[in-house]
Design a protein around this ligand. Structure first.
Ligand SMILES: Nc1nc2c(c(=O)[nH]1)N[C@H]1C(S)=C(S)[C@@H](COP(=O)(O)OP(=O)(O)OC[C@H]3O[C@@H](n4cnc5c(=O)[nH]c(N)nc54)[C@H](O)[C@@H]3O)O[C@H]1N2
Ligand SMILES: Nc1nc2c(c(=O)[nH]1)N[C@H]1C(S)=C(S)[C@@H](COP(=O)(O)OP(=O)(O)OC[C@H]3O[C@@H](n4cnc5c(=O)[nH]c(N)nc54)[C@H](O)[C@@H]3O)O[C@H]1N2
Ligand code: SF4
Ligand SMILES: [Mo]
Length: 767
């Protein structure tokens, strides 16, 4: 059966959401497997929602996927989830280690590959020191893999040259949570959706990017009385079409909108005196340092941010701002969601702080339905990267590289000499590639990410990756990709349920993925390769005995057990999540300190079950932001002045280019473009432009259009639709033959170092 895009969306949770009808659509016949020997419990490979799945195995092959009815997703999946099986059997799976000789790749053995790789890394370390090697990881790797590499680099080698693609994705959210609440990760859960009656969704196209979570919101909207959805996005996305209020504005100006909402809330007395008096400190930056200020000073700061002023800057109607502020403050329970529209910005952290501000001011937090919830992009950005600390400034479970006590703590835990962990944060994603370009980093290992396509301003970084003067290893499940084509050595990787491990998802939920089938040919689980690498490298550095002690893991369960120990006593404590428990459970939410603990749905509140409140704050009555010990366990409302994007449009480049996603495809398309139904539905890139701008430019749908930024240009087909606002165009990021990142800017947020993928200036002409 030929499936059209319309039908496909229908089968996905997305259209169910968008049209708010037909929620129980049957699946098309060709999604149901003919015969299944056994069903194995797991998790979807793709987004941070973390839908529970069962994978159907027949004769050693995955033949079907169905939703887990006992998990939070209640058996629902979106199209990507249903169509998982074909990604394992694509013709371009990487099957053997491949070495680049001249312009060609030749097959070599694993022994040759590991000998060569460890020789290159050891040689570089001996000649140029430990900071001449680096690792670039992924929010899609298993927790065990990421924890292991972090230990190897920071604890074993003593370099912080290790970062990952969550820097492009969740860094602003992580720094936002830490600066507002003292610790990372959301306090709430998907369960809050069932209790909320106002959804404030900003910079998030949930219908396409988190469809099953969006489905829950729609279900709530249909069942609840007077449930409001506010959507704040400069495009009228599929998600925005069902909103009660869609606030459109000039990209990069939403800081003034958020301040103006706070202005209205304060002016109309809609704030919570209890929160202001008991749970909040007000903070600003004075002389480059955080400083406390009074509530009165905050009110004074807000004075200039009137709805009128906000309208002038953002072009969002002031009446919308006032209405949104009232709905937010006056609903019984308000829940916010945001993703890349806020995070991928040079003011990403500030934008995150301003959303938290609204919740703290109004007391719309830490009770059922009221919470400030950052949606995670990748399936293991939370558990694997933010929690294990695989970012160049972090150590596991909330500890910091720059904090002496935290370093000592980890040195003791890992059993390495005091002073081993380097006190200075290492380079972040973009800066790793800058250093690689300059030859300051000489050997780089990239695993489970495709930066040759996904980095901002990717042109110069592609040149650096291709250089013959440095050594690039890429662990990939497919070959060639836009990164593996630039590598010196490609290591074939087992994919998803071809190996076992743990994912930690948006709502602090850990889930275990069992191995269901064997990887093709000589592809191996990344963890096996990482462990072998550590022993061989240390042997070449004359430290074989140390490696035996530090990296003595036989399998992923050994690593998981060390990880649990490492979380013990921290604000992340999940000592109680044994492998045996995770195998049976349909996900467990941390904190979960003991084996008989059921997991924690809502954090920072003892009334709703967080047992760590009493442990860290014995005097707490109900709510305690115990991560913020230095501020007396109070959260921070930040005074963050308005600043616009790094590259606003001007006379020469008068349009704004924004980039992002479609429901069918995953990032660089290596997986989803191999699924015929998904490819048919969304076959190629396009530039979305609204009818008014199209008319001005003399462009019709399907015309070829040339888009040029200060860094590069691309020719794409026009799609004239009334989705982006005036002056804005949108291009999806998924297509390897259409590198939109040749145009984007690598300017990044000063605090989170997350690049501004969402905004750069372009000019547009008919090609
Ligand atoms: N189908 C699919 N789903 C995915 C992924 C995928 O590749 N495909 N990837 C996953 C990952 S890793 C991530 S990070 C998430 C991303 O999920 P989302 O962030 O929801 O998706 P995007 O399309 O990147 O961008 C979201 C919206 O930001 C808006 N935006 C642009 N500029 C601004 C601005 O200045 N302010 C505001 N408020 N909004 C703005 C855009 O118009 C766009 O609609 O999706 C996850 N889910
Ligand atoms: N223009 C633009 N660019 C963006 C963004 C944007 O909004 N706009 N968003 C940014 C964001 S939020 C993100 S998260 C990044 C994502 O960017 P990437 O992480 O670069 O994109 P993916 O396609 O997810 O890359 C994962 C790679 O790992 C491979 N793989 C899959 N499973 C395994 C495995 O088990 N082991 C190994 N070794 N490999 C495996 C896949 O084939 C794929 O090539 O893109 C960023 N880039
Ligand atoms: S919503 Fe996300 S986790 Fe759920 S099926 Fe779709 S891609 Fe997979
Ligand atoms: Mo992401």
């Amino acid at each position: 059966m030929e499936i059209t895009r319309r039908q496909l969306l229908k089968y996905s949770a997305a259209l169910a959401a968008a049209s708010a009808i037909g929620l129980e659509l049957p699946l098309p016949k060709d999604l149901e497997a003919a015969h299944v020997e056994k069903w194995i419990k797991g998790v979807c490979r793709y987004c941070g929602a973390g839908c529970g799945v069962y994978v159907g195995v027949d004769k050693g092959k995955i033949v079907a996927v169905q939703g887990d009815k006992d998990n939070w997703n209640k058996g629902f999946l979106c199209v990507k989830g249903y169509y998982l099986p074909p990604i394992l059997y694509a013709a371009d799976r990487a099957k053997y280690p491949m070495l680049k000789k001249g312009d060609k790749f030749v097959r070599i053995s694993w022994k040759e590959a590991m000998d060569l790789m460890t020789e290159k890394f050891a040689d570089s370390i001996k000649k140029h020191g430990v900071h001449s090697v680096a690792f670039y990881g992924s929010g899609q790797a298993y927790t065990e893999e990421s924890y292991f590499m972090n230990k190897l680099f920071k604890g074993g080698l003593g370099t912080n040259n290790i970062d990952g693609n969550p820097r492009l994705c969740m860094a602003s959210a992580a720094v936002g949570y830490v600066s507002s609440f003292g610790k990372d990760e959301p306090m709430g859960a998907y369960d809050d959706i069932y209790h909320s009656d106002c959804f404030f969704i900003i910079g998030s196209n949930m219908a396409e990017c988190h469809p099953v979570i969006f489905r829950l919101i729609n279900e709530r909207k249909q069942k609840g009385k007077d449930v409001k959805i506010i959507m704040v996005d400069p495009r009228k996305t599929l998600s925005a079409r069902i909103a009660d209020l869609h606030m459109s504005f000039i990209p990069g100006t939403d800081l003034v909108i958020l301040h103006a909402m706070a202005h209205v809330i304060v002016k109309e007395g809609l704030y919570s005196k209890d929160y202001v008096n008991n749970h909040v400190v007000f903070k600003t930056i004075k002389d480059d340092k955080p400083a406390k200020v009074s509530f009165e000073e905050y009110v004074k700061f807000l004075e200039e941010y009137t709805p009128e002023m906000a309208e002038k800057i953002s072009h969002c109607p002031k009446d919308d701002i006032i209405k949104a502020a009232r709905w937010f403050a006056q609903s019984k329970a308000t829940m916010s969601f945001w993703t890349m529209g806020l995070n991928q910005r040079t003011r990403g952290v500030w934008a995150n702080n301003l959303v938290h501000n609204l919740h703290l001011l109004t007391g719309q937090i830490c009770r059922p339905g009221a919470t400030s919830f950052s949606l995670t992009g990748q399936p293991n950005a939370c558990g694997g990267i933010r929690d294990t600390g695989l970012l160049s400034h972090l150590l596991p479970y909330g500890r910091l590289v720059a904090n002496e006590k935290d370093r000592k703590d980890m040195e003791k835990f890992w059993g390495v000499p005091e002073g081993r962990i380097h006190p200075k944060p290492g380079p972040t994603a973009v800066d790793i590639f800058r250093a690689f370009n300059k030859g300051e980093i000489k050997c780089l290992w990239i695993a489970c990410t495709n930066p040759g396509q996904s980095l901002p301003n990717v042109g110069p970084y592609r040149k650096g990756m291709e250089s013959k003067d440095t050594f690039l290893v890429v662990s990939e499940a497919y070959h060639p990709t836009r990164t593996s084509e630039l590598a010196d050595l490609v290591l074939p990787a087992a994919l998803w349920v071809e190996k076992d491990g743990t994912y930690g998802q948006s709502e602090r939920r850990y889930q275990y993925l069992e191995k269901a089938v064997n990887p093709p040919a000589e592809a191996r689980p990344d963890l096996d390769v990482m462990i072998e690498f550590s022993h061989k490298l240390f042997a070449k550095l004359g430290r074989a005995d140390e490696a035996k002690r530090l990296f003595n893991f036989k399998n992923s369960e050994d690593v998981w057990n060390e990880i649990r120990q490492c979380s013990k006593g921290t604000a992340y404590d999940f000592m109680g999540m044994t492998r045996a428990r995770l195998k049976k459970a349909h996900g467990i939410q941390w904190p979960c300190p003991t084996e008989d603990h059921p997991g924690t749905v809502r954090r920072y509140t003892s009334r709703y079950g967080d047992v760590l409140v009493k442990k860290f704050d014995p005097h707490a009555t109900d709510v305690s932001f115990y991560g913020a010990k230095a501020d007396g366990n109070k959260a921070a409302v930040w005074l963050r002045p308005y600043k616009g994007p790094a590259e606003p449009p001007d006379a020469e480049y008068p349009y704004i280019l924004t980039t992002g996603r479609q429901i069918e495809h995953w990032h660089t398309g290596t997986m989803t473009l191999k699924v015929p139904e998904l490819k048919r539905s969304a076959p190629d890139a396009f530039v979305e432009i609204n009818p008014r701008d199209a008319q001005k430019l003399g462009i019709k749908s399907r015309d070829k259009v040339k888009i040029t930024s200060r860094r590069g240009s691309i020719v794409l087909e026009a799609k004239v639709v009334d989705v982006p606002r005036d002056g804005l165009v949108f291009v999806p990021m998924h297509y390897p033959e259409r590198l939109i990142n040749l145009l984007t800017t690598d300017a990044y947020d000063a605090m989170s170092k997350q690049p501004e993928f969402k905004i750069c200036a372009v000019k547009i002409e008919k090609a």
